[in-house]
Design a protein around this ligand. Sequence first.
Ligand code: KG4
Ligand code: ZN
Length: 332
Amino acid sequence: MRLLAIETSCDETAAAVVESDWTVRSSVVASQAQAHARYGGVVPELAARMHLERLGGVVEQALEPIAGGLRGVDGIAVTRGPGLVGCLAVGVSYAQGLALATGLPLVGVNHMTGHVLAAKLAEPDLEPPFVALVVSGGHTDLIHYRADDDVALMGATRDDAAGEAFDKVARMLGLAYPGGPEIDRVARSGDPGRYRLPRPLLPDFNFSFSGLKTAVLYLLRGLDPTDPKVVADVAAGFRLAVVETLVAQLEAAAESAGASQVVVAGGVASNGLLRETVRERFAKVARVVIPAPSLCTDNAAMIGAAGLVRSGRRGFDRGPLDAEPGLRAYAA
Ligand code: KG4
Ligand code: ZN
């Protein structure tokens, strides 16, 4: 089985070709980050229009290494939610048009399940059960992935998602959008011990990042935010506080579930310190799978992986497919 996968839920226009042995034949990501940067965040209408302009070319490029192009694939997978409604609609209608024109079967997948199953592309012999920390711009979830049709949400954020907190604090520090990679970069030369920030630990594996964000805001009032040393030290202190919070809850969740395998996924999983810290803490207690950074931030290869699992388990979708912006995370 070879799937063409399409992802347009937010601000990356992406297409990929993935095989049932978990090989990624091609993966093309056209990021719109630059276009949104001057507005300080994703502008939904602009994002949808850019998907419309770029998706055809991105799909063509993803099919380039495949002999016979579209005739060389067996099905199409597309993100149907969660995400921005106008953006999802571009991908879903494009995929439906393609399926109709070619007779290829179509499967709609959950974007968040895609983030988790990117782990299969990283290490194909990974089988459930595992505990996963899924950290993106919109979600901060701890899940117990017992089987492909049995995923339990153990905890989630009560307010801001981890990625959202990175983006907002970056803005306070005068760093560009998206802020996560920027904070990660400048934090490397900062002293994480200079400003001690709170580690918000909620019961039941839940998270809250709005207090930490406010603590940064108050801290900056007494400092010079144009001083690069201040920016680097605050970024380092903030990054450490977020990472320690995430890892503490992941450890508690893994222990409570008796997990011998843990997965870290989503855009924030490309954070250097988070990757190092998880590997270090679990070195002796569990297998750790963290996909390469290019498989953590939004991409279509992960949608192909989720499409393989879903179509293998339930077959392809019949009838028209709708974009579902509010689709609950991990729902099959
Ligand atoms: O998964 P993703 O690409 O898109 C969503 O589904 O939301 O995640 C994007 C989020 C953004 O908030 C971005 O700032 C954050 O992931 N991010 C990072 C890093 N790279 C991306 N956060 C911290 N450190 C990074 N290196
Ligand atoms: Zn995502």
